[in-house]
Design a binder for this molecule. Sequence first.
Ligand code: SF4
Ligand code: SF4
Length: 426
Amino acid sequence: MQKAKAIELDVAVVDGVELSGSWNRMFEPRAISEYDIAVLDETTAIPGAESLGYCYQCGKCTAVCPVDTVGDYSPRKIFRRTQLGVSLVDSPDLWLCTTCRNCLRVCPKEVNMIQIMPAVRERAVLDGKAPDELLTAFENTARYGNPIGESPRKRAEWAKTAGVMVPVMAQKKSPVDVLWFVECYPAYHPRGKQASVALARLLNALNVDFGILGNEEKCAGDSQRMAGERGLFEMLAEHNIKMLSKYTFNHIVVTDPHAYNAFLHEYPKLGGDWPVQHYTQYLAERLSALSFVRSIPRRITFHDPCYLGRHNGEYDAPRRLLTALPGVELVEMGHCRETSYCCGGGGGGMWLDSFTRDYTSERLSEKRVREAIEYGADILAVTCPYEVPRFEDAVKSTGNAGKLAVMDIAELLAYSVGLTDEYAAN
Ligand code: SF4
Ligand code: SF4
């Protein structure tokens, strides 16, 4: 694109005095038109990234972007840098956004980072410019069906430790009411497995007719999609849809808000359209059937997962479960519900901690843990499988070991109902 010419102003002279007003034309578009905006044009030409060009620099996003609290970042800044000729495809900025959606909540021009980021990242991935640790997560997912690199044959091994029936659909060979889509961290991570055991016991206590896919399940793939690997996401989705389609069930219950997002919005586009609930929604509807036998006399605060809350509007179900626990005092952090801050794990952030360290003063999970402690919480309750490992690490790295326990809501419920013995892991 050619540089636009500065506006030529008429000069009016009255009684020998120049009245052009050129001295106060500082807000004319002259300054902006002097930039070569070829890089901005190239970026906004990427399908999905068009709205980056709508930015009019009001700065509302900078005030709410969690990454700006630990770095120098926001859509306004990304737009400005692109306008000045810094290619987003080549910039570290491309990998810092957690797709938390907080900026879109306030942006008057609907600059949509939830579309811009995966679109531009996809271009960067194709150009071989993605950070190595993200590529490792992609390769693990492609090879093993999970980003951790665990054996697909071990995906259902956690169920052997549950102490209750966890039927696998291929063996059950009969219809079920609920297909529980377990996901990767709840199947493999040591703390994720503890939450899975708790949820399995709760489902049994409620006499739910359920089954899991077991080894036939692969990662739902939503975070890989947001991190720029749409092709991998589609491969995973097609596999999961094919496996699910073999069985008869009434609805899907998911452990993971990222899987919830995929089943709600993305899988239907690929032919996988089933009613889906996050497990907190499912349990909240059945609260009256749970008998609480143990009190938890603790101050608990809740971290809203971005992909359950801001992305999909569910703020109440987790709180209904927490307030039902005998003895619990629920305190809200300053950033809660719609204004909640991200744990740093969304949009591929789960696999980019080493990369982001060079561009941020601390991890978002560390900032969130400090906030929970400031509000006097004994327990940080979570309901996304990325969060227990992220926040437990952050409790230790901020020097707060022993001051704050991180618990999945399923673990708290199972303890209070008398199905497990532990509720404070650290
Ligand atoms: S809120 Fe929207 S329009 Fe305002 S600076 Fe941020 S991206 Fe630009
Ligand atoms: S989606 Fe979240 S992390 Fe990304 S730019 Fe917007 S506010 Fe910042």
